[in-house]
Design a protein. Structure first.
Ligand SMILES: Nc1ncnc2c1ncn2[C@@H]1O[C@H](COP(=O)(O)OP(=O)(O)OP(=O)(O)O)[C@@H](O)[C@H]1O
Ligand SMILES: CC(=O)N[C@H]1[C@@H]2OC[C@@H](O2)[C@@H](O)[C@@H]1O[C@H](C)C(=O)O
Length: 370
């Protein structure tokens, strides 16, 4: 930890994310003063075993109780093992695993014990990033947008652009880099676009015993079923104005919409639904973005990328095109956000989560022996 705790002093922050795909833990170092990105550092990945993934799956939708506690133990152990490989870290941002998310209802639930991780690593840990935002009337997600703003500055963007994350769920951030700071009104607009890879993975698993549609190869052989796509787009979520957010399984019944289709047509249609949600969402951008930069595993799916590119006037590229790491952007985001929390800076605002005021969410736990 930066012992002085002086706002503005650069820190070496380590962020860790266990995403909705339940594939594993990503970890990455960012050097930052909480405003600017000063550099990127070491990255790491620790996949969950089949048995661990089953425990996490069983925990989805649970807010407490044995299933949630078992998931928490898996998440804590995987993070403790992976993060111990990193040296010279001042602070850790520990997102944990979202088990349930109902911002306008029961709240939001990420398992992972930051206080225990701080003890295990001997480093201060920021965790429980989303609860304060939800308590203040926000969606609690997405939280990466403040980091996307810093990324836009880092790549020297001068025109408005969008970052699109295609994980289990999709989320988009419109950034206007003409603003000085992310919390200024108009600098950011962000929201979840709809389901992304989660329904594709779930269908591949259920029908073929495969984890994903690798390279979009099955979707490439199928046709999008327009009737199912229309029913999907009639979901009230798409008519709602942003900001708005989703739980991983909010659209689980979509698999039913493609239940009668062949494997190839079903996966093509789910892929089309993911793209359609993004395209629908982009209509909310205050100005047409100069480009769409795609992060998350969906950028490896050429069928999905092509569906976006043919429908949009601006270039659609993976974030690697501008020197960013699309496998690590979310982990880097929570490294960056941890420093902001430690310095008492905002991590969300009305444009990103719909919260009424600026919020600096997150709990800071220091180890006893710090
Ligand atoms: N080569 C590939 N071809 C097709 N799809 C891929 C490929 N690689 C990854 N994916 C998809 O991306 C998913 C992983 O994406 P990612 O790691 O961004 O998700 P996540 O971070 O867990 O989710 P979220 O951002 O919603 O929390 C995989 O489960 C798979 O569906
Ligand atoms: C509640 C929750 O965990 N939401 C995740 C999820 O995964 C993608 C999308 O839905 C996004 O809203 C969010 O994660 C990213 C990291 C975020 O908060 O920006």
């Amino acid at each position: 930890m930066n012992k002085a705790g002086r706002t503005g002093a650069p820190m070496r922050a380590l962020g860790a994310m266990s995403g909705t795909s339940l594939d594993g833990v990503d970890a990455a170092v960012v050097e930052t003063d909480g405003r600017r990105i000063l550099g990127f550092g070491q990255t790491g990945y620790r996949p969950y075993s089949e048995a661990e993934r089953a425990v996490l799956h069983a925990g989805l939708g649970h807010w407490a109780g044995p299933a949630a506690e078992a998931a928490g133990r898996v998440v804590d152990a995987a993070h403790a093992a992976l993060l111990a490989e990193f040296e010279g870290v001042d602070i850790v941002g520990y997102h944990g695993q979202t088990l349930a998310h109902e911002p306008k209802g029961r709240g939001t639930c990420q398992v992972g014990d930051g206080a225990a991780l701080a003890e295990a690593l001997g480093v201060p840990v920021v965790w429980d990033f989303r609860s304060d935002d939800v308590a203040l009337g926000g969606e609690g997600a997405p939280l990466a947008p403040f980091f996307h703003f810093a990324c836009a500055k880092w790549i020297g963007a001068t025109e408005p652009l969008c970052f699109l994350n295609l994980g289990g769920v999709g989320n988009i951030t419109y950034v206007d880099p003409a603003f000085e700071a992310p919390e200024e009104a108009g600098a950011l607009l962000a929201f979840d676009t709809g389901p992304a890879n989660a329904p594709i993975n779930d269908l591949m698993q259920a029908r073929l015993g495969l984890a994903m549609d690798e390279g979009g190869r099955l979707a490439a052989r199928g046709q999008v079923e327009e009737g199912a796509l229309e029913l999907f787009l009639a979901e009230p979520y798409f008519a709602r104005m942003p900001p708005k957010s989703l739980d991983r399984n909010d659209f689980a019944e979509m698999i039913g919409l493609v239940g009668e289709l062949s494997d190839a047509d079903a996966v093509a249609t789910l892929t089309g639904m993911c793209a359609a949600g993004v395209l629908q969402g982009m209509e909310h951008c205050p100005r047409p973005p100069a480009r769409l930069l795609v992060t998350g595993g969906g950028r490896h799916n050429p069928v999905l990328m092509e569906m976006l590119q043919v429908a949009l006037d601006c270039p659609v590229d993976p974030v690697e095109t501008v020197g960013l790491d699309g496998d690590m952007l979310e982990a880097q985001a929570f490294a960056y956000l941890a420093v902001r929390v430690a310095y008492g800076m905002a991590t969300s605002c009305p444009g990103t989560t719909g919260v009424r005021a600026l919020v600096g969410g997150g709990v800071l736990s220091r180890p006893e022996r710090d």
